[in-house]
Structure formats: structure tokens, C-alpha cells
Design a protein around this ligand. Sequence first.
Ligand SMILES: *Cc1c(COP(=O)(O)O)cnc(C)c1O
Length: 430
Amino acid sequence: MLDKSKSVHLFETAQNFIPGGVNSPVRAFKAVGGDPIFMQSAKGAIMTDVDGNEYIDLINSWGPMILGHAYDEITEAVSKAIPHSLSFGTPGALEVDIAELIVKMKPSIEKVRMVNSGTEATMSAIRLARGYTSREKVIKFEGCYHGHGDSFLIAAGSGAMTMGEPNSPGVTRGTANDTLTAPYNDLEAVTKLVAANKDQVAAIILEPVAGNMGCVLPNEGYLQGLRDLCTQEGIVLIFDEVMTGFRLAKGGAQELFGVQADLTTLGKIIGGGMPVGAYGGKKEIMDYVSPQGPVYQAGTLSGNPISMAAGLAMLKHLDTHPEVYEHINAQSAKIAEGTKENLKKLGLDYTTNEVGSMHSLFFTNVKVTDFDTAKTCDTALFGKYFNAMLERGIYLAPSQYETLFICNALTDEHVEAILKASYESLKEIH
Ligand SMILES: *Cc1c(COP(=O)(O)O)cnc(C)c1O
């Protein structure tokens, strides 16, 4: 057994002062059993905890650390920015640079507004869609997560699902009534829902590849079908690319699948590890945002110079190094293939889904295409697998309903170690 005594002690103390001992619920190990590990430092693909144990990191801060932890170009950009003040509350040059670069990297974005998190981005995007269309209802899909804004905490995937709270208390009935839900990957269902709410739907929002009920890919033609439906009905199509943006390609899922959204929400990678989000899209819609337009949205620390320095260094690197995507996709494919081989060798027929550098092993033999099929997973078995992997120095996301992320620092040796640990862990728990 790993010595986790310092983590155990920290968690005991933390629970006295922080609800549940953590500042975001998915960090707790509630869904998998055991206590959370407290990290001390990380470099490349390796995280080191407060007891000195090392782990190969397959969360990468839930996506942002796509180049690996403490990447020199990014830490240097931050160090360079720090002496010039941590915040101005006025416009700064880096905000112009990053906006220009985002517009260049994402063809459907003509104008972009920076915010401080993915949650802020999605909340702002639906307010904008409502203001722009003068309609009130929003459609989301079961199992998609769009941050913790009230309107989205309805059939919200991973965190909420893991905690057994699909619809959070505290969300008013009024708010819930304005959010309509449809099953993911079912074009007919959403078409009917739109017809039943004719001229009332402001926006359809989705993860173009769902990552918050495990990795779930859009069916062939699904995204284009939604695009056509929205165009026909005057609905704003919002792709929530907080996870997939800058990950599946520099242009995100929109580049990979060749379907353009009206508005796109971004987060995670865009801040290089600092708290950043953004929403952007068609000029005509974005010009509805204050002070150009009537839809109010603001932020004291939005466009913060340190965050912008980190994000800009990240995006510049991704824009000029296409080999990053080749490498992370190749390493992810090796893990996916190796996992399938391991399952075969052990006579197990669990489902795997993968695209680019996103990958999930589902403890079910049902094909996972939506929330209902995702829910067929044996989550208790996943908990055992998670802990068996952790003991072997592999840090997975502590929930069945998450996606694994690959970073560019992951070597073939790391891949081998992951697959070896995975084989042993699968064997141990059966
Ligand atoms: C993580 C995530 C969010 C929320 O972003 P935060 O920065 O945690 O607020 C929203 N949408 C998707 C698709 C995400 O993966």
C-alpha cells in the first residue's frame, strides 16, 4: 500500500473548514471510495503527492495541461507578466492578442469575450442567445455538462451524476422549466421537442463530443442535423467546447466534424492552467453583448493579464505545433488499442469509446451512445479499478463518467506502464 498519511491528515483538517474537504466535488473520491490525494507538484505527465508518491496523470487538471504540467513556455510567460501587476481592471494588450488568435484558430468565431471559467462562458452564452432571439427556452441534452449555472443543472452528467444529484436542490422550478432536455444522439427526439415549443427555443447547447458522461461520440450526421434544425428554426446553436476546444484539433470538434456553431464556449486549455473561459461566435450575435449591445455581461478580473499570458502562450504553441495533436492522438490510440487487447486477453467485453486524445473505458457491455446507456455501467466495479490503478501509480479521474485526457508529455514508456497497470488491475478486480 502507498503511504498516504499526509494526504489523510490534510483531508481530515480540510473537512473541518471546506465543505466535503474539497473545492470542487469531483475531486473527492466519494464515487470510488477512499480519500482524495493532495498533490504537491507536477511536471510533464507526472504528479507528485504530499507524501512523495508519483503518479502518471491521466486527468491533466481535467484537460488544460495538454502540454504537460509546468510547461516551460507557459511558466516563463507567466513569470514575465507577474512584475507588471497581477491585474489592471483596464484593457490590456494581451487581451487583443489572444482574441485575434482565437478568431484565427476557430473559423466560426468572429468576435470573442473572455471570462473566468467554463461555467461563466456557458451562462453568458445562453443569456446572449436569449437576448438575441427574444426567446426564453433552452434545450440541453441528458448527460451533457455545461458548468454549474442553474439552467444547466438538469440531467447534468459527471459531477452531478456521480454525486447522485441529477437535478440540484436550489435550482428554482422557474429556471428548470426554461431548460428542456432531450436524449443525446437522437435527432428525432430533439426535432419533436422543437416543434412542440415552436418559436420559443432560443438555443440548443451541447458538447459536440460529450465528455461528461464518459466519452460519447456524436452519431454520423447528428451534429449536421442539429445545425440544419437550428438554421431552419432560427435557434442559436451553441457548441460547448470547454473540453473539446483546442483538444480534438486546434479548431476543436467543429474542425474535426466540419460543422460550425453560431456560438462556441471555451475554457480549460484556453487558460493554460489559469482560470479562463471565453464565448464567441458570429459578429452579428456577439455585437449584442454590452457595451456594444443590450445583453449585460461583465467581470472584474476578466482578461486578467496573468491568465492571458498563460493562455496566449498555450494557444500560440498549439497553433504552431500541429505535431502536438499527432502525438497525443497516437498515444491515446495506443492506450485505447492496448486496453481492448487487455480486455480480450481477460475475456471481458467492456465498452471503450475514444476520439483524438479522449478515451473512456466503460464497465458495461452495452454500447454507450447516450446518458441511458452510460448509466448501465457498474460504478462499484469502476471504483475498485480506480483504486487498483492508483496503487500502481496511475491517476485516473475518480468517476466512471469522466474522460481520460492525454498530454503531450506522455511517452511510450508511460503508455506501457499504464497498460501493464490496467491489465493487472482488471485481473485483480475480477
Ligand atoms: C468543465 C466543463 C465546463 C465547466 O467549466 P468550469 O471552468 O469548470 O466552470 C463546461 N462545459 C464543459 C463541456 C466542461 O467540460
